[in-house]
Design a protein around this ligand. Structure first.
Ligand code: CA
Length: 417
């Protein structure tokens, strides 16, 4: 598809993508936007010009602080909006005078638009679905000979996270404080974490709710998934290792998680669908599924020290996931738990099979025993103050590229006092 808007060959935001986000538009406030190349398209502006009259959208439908209502209208109507945008921005469809009207009313340079938190997230769940990650963590913290716990290949293990501290890319986060217990100390101390970490994850966004008491089967699951995001589940490892027994992570995880601003629809990711790892032993019937349910999405983590330039520290792929999103959602609701539009489910850290593909500093530096050397001469066991952690991800196949942009967060020193 050839657009009349410039799109660089390596842009995440091709005509095949058309994700949805919330932009702060000068003079109009918060609006639902999409992006092509380096151009943000204000969909409220497009509605003003009448492009969405046919599906019956009003301008006010796009003048929204979050995407929840738009998503709740259903995939069909979101897909209709995507199709209209794809047509309209394909070369040769609209007239020169219409193009100039669109430029005037609806187009903005991406560098000039602040992207905001796209969702009102009611609930956030984090899974633990990469076998490589679970194995690495099990080897470090428990028993190398029995790294995976007995339940792991039977249950998509997860826990309920904290929705209030999910932030959008560009956020600054102070190094959190909490209880840590140094190995040689008799008692814990209150301290800024010394082991601040990222977790390379994606997340899926719930697009349709189920009633309390009802379950979602693996065959229905993708109807309930609106799209995906990059997700950095920031973690404080020293706080985590002291507090997590017996109920799991608490303050080590709930201080901040960071998402990319554009929700990429499942439809846009269709070209990258692929088979996942073989599941052995066979899973229970409610977790079995038909067809290919994984996606080939390349993921990368970079660290940008305060005054330095970006350094790539990890390259992984979403297709390493042992448990797929359909299984996660079927498991989440098998007890009748109700999902709501805008809920977010994190994949869990996505580690690959080789060292450079590990999705956390915990694994990359093997608990601090193998520090990473940065080109500026510094080393990293975990994340330093003033580091910016950047996650990127995209699918690419047969000349089609669809990506997420980035999820970036800068770590500030701990607050005093
Ligand atoms: Ca996590």
């Amino acid at each position: 598809m050839n657009s009349w808007i410039e799109i660089e060959a390596d842009s995440d935001f091709s005509l095949d993508n058309i994700p949805f986000g919330i932009g702060l538009i000068p003079g109009s406030g918060k609006c639902i936007c999409t992006r092509i190349g380096n151009t943000v398209i204000n969909l409220a502006g497009m509605a003003k010009l009448g492009y969405f009259d046919h599906p019956g959208f009003r301008v006010s439908d796009f003048e929204k602080p979050v995407l929840n209502d738009f998503i709740a209208n259903g995939k069909k109507s979101a897909c209709r909006v995507r199709t209209i945008i794809q047509e309209c921005f394909t070369k040769g469809i609209v007239s020169d005078s219409d193009m100039s009207l669109i430029r005037q009313i609806a187009l903005h340079k991406a560098s000039e638009i602040q992207m905001l938190m796209p969702l009102q997230v009611g609930d956030y769940t984090d899974f633990y679905s990469s076998m490589e990650h679970a194995t690495n963590v099990g080897m470090m913290f428990r028993d190398p000979a029995n790294a995976l716990l007995p339940n792991w290949k039977h249950i998509p293990v997860g826990y309920h996270g904290r929705a209030s501290s999910i932030l959008v890319s560009g956020a600054e986060v102070h190094r959190p404080k909490g209880q840590i217990k140094p190995a040689d100390a008799a008692s814990p101390v209150l301290s800024p974490t010394l082991q601040l970490d990222f977790e390379l994850e994606t997340a899926f966004v719930i697009g349709k709710g189920n009633s309390l008491g009802d379950s979602i089967s693996t065959s229905e699951a993708e109807d309930y998934i609106f799209g995906m995001l990059l997700f950095n589940d920031l973690s404080a490892r020293d706080i985590q290792s002291w507090e997590y027994v017996p109920l799991g992570p608490f303050l080590s995880k709930n201080f901040a998680s960071v998402i990319s601003p554009w929700v990429v629809t499942l439809e846009a990711l269709e070209p990258f669908r692929c088979a996942g790892p073989v599941q052995q032993p066979e899973v229970l019937p409610y977790l079995r599924f038909e067809g290919e349910r994984n996606f080939d999405l390349k993921l990368e983590v970079l660290i940008k020290p305060g005054t330095g330039s970006e350094v790539s520290v990890c390259k992984s792929n979403f297709n390493y996931m042992y448990w797929n999103m359909s299984q996660q959602l079927a498991h989440h609701t098998v007890n009748g738990c109700n999902m709501r539009v805008g809920d977010v489910c994190g994949s869990g850290t996505i580690s690959g099979p080789v060292e450079g593909s590990y999705g956390s500093m915990l694994e990359l530096s093997w608990k601090g025993t193998k520090p990473l050397q940065l080109p500026d001469g510094s080393e990293r066991k975990f994340i330093n103050d003033n580091d910016t952690v950047i996650m990127r991800g995209f699918g690419e196949k047969d000349g089609i590229r669809v990506g997420f942009g980035e999820a970036a967060v800068t770590v500030l020193p701990a607050k005093q006092g």
